[in-house]
Ligand binder design. Structure first.
Ligand code: ADP
Ligand code: MG
Length: 293
């Protein structure tokens, strides 16, 4: 394509709510044959809410909510926001946290009232040899069957509660996936979340290939693996945890509603955070470069 055609394409992109970093990006956009979609905040709204609270023997709901809310309050993760907001609604003012630490893709920790509190997934607790009673394990299994996410809350060597957080698929995701398929792209759902939650979202979005329980650093490896199979990979994501994979992909698409880290790592930004703009971007690139198929 001529430089003029590329500039026109870039301008047309802006009108469609697609910010393109440079004209050369359209060339990679045209060639992609696989599209990796992050789940939380990309295929789903990422606006999670606290649905259930389960507590271990000897612990009160109030205590679990206040401790979990206090540590999650310092995290930007959509799950953390749901926990902190839900805890404040149900248990009032949250205590202060110090020594806050985020372990990407696993959970958070901090000191509340002199006690180290952990909030995160089962693997986060297992890594720290925390005991989990059967009642809480059952609550987690049931939550995951419904496609929700279980957040374990622990202190003093034992899990004290499970908070169930759920999210909903964006109304436009299924249509976008169908159109991406019609353009000849193979969609893959990639998430750090549990396999149950991933399957429920994949089913609703019409995605058959799912890679779940992937740590943030392993999202890059998942993209590399597909590239190793000779695929030209686009990746769509919104989180800090997606940034490296967006950079690794042949084409990185960041949700404009996502984090700055994702936007900086991406080659283009879908301003409205609507997956249908990914469809528009691919159509635009093919049209601009004269290879509609
Ligand atoms: P995704 O890939 O779907 O955007 P992440 O990689 O950010 O998800 O997180 C993977 C999993 O790690 C989450 O589903 C959750 O179980 C757990 N997790 C991550 N951050 C937190 C947090 N701040 N509080 C509780 N759990 C968390
Ligand atoms: Mg995400």
């Amino acid at each position: 394509a001529t430089p003029t055609a590329l500039l026109v394409g870039t301008g047309r992109g802006a009108q469609l709510g697609i910010l393109i970093k440079g004209p050369e990006v359209l060339e990679s956009t045209r060639r992609v044959d696989t599209i990796v979609l992050d789940k939380t905040g990309t295929v789903t709204t990422g606006r999670m809410s606290l649905a259930e609270v389960h507590v271990a023997k000897g612990t009160t709901e109030d205590e679990v909510l206040r401790y979990a809310g206090a540590v999650e309050h310092s995290s930007e993760h959509p799950i953390a926001k749901a926990v902190a907001d839900g805890a404040r609604e149900r248990a009032g003012e949250l205590p202060v946290v110090t020594e806050f630490r985020n372990t990407a893709g696993l959970g958070v920790s901090g000191v509340v009232n002199g006690t180290v509190v952990l909030a995160g997934r089962a693997a986060f607790l297992a890594d720290r040899s925390v005991a989990v009673d059967d009642r809480l394990t059952l609550a987690k299994v049931n939550a995951e069957k419904q496609g929700a996410t279980a957040v374990f809350v622990a202190w003093d060597g034992a899990a004290r509660g499970v908070l169930v957080v759920s999210d909903t698929i964006k109304p436009t995701s299924a249509q976008a996936v169908a159109e991406l398929r019609a353009l000849g792209l193979r969609p893959v759902l990639l998430t750090g979340d549990n396999a149950g939650a991933a399957e429920v979202v994949a089913e609703a979005a019409g995605i058959t290939e799912v890679v779940a329980e992937v740590l943030p650093e392993d999202k890059v490896a998942a993209v590399k693996r597909l590239q190793g199979e000779g695929r030209v990979v686009a990746m769509v994501g919104d989180g800090v945890n997606d940034a490296a994979a967006l950079a690794q992909a042949d084409l990185g698409l960041a949700m404009g509603t996502g984090t700055d880290a994702a936007i900086q790592a991406g080659d283009l930004t879908l301003v409205r955070g609507d997956l249908r703009a990914a469809v528009d971007a691919i159509r635009l690139a093919r049209r601009t470069l004269g290879t509609i198929r």
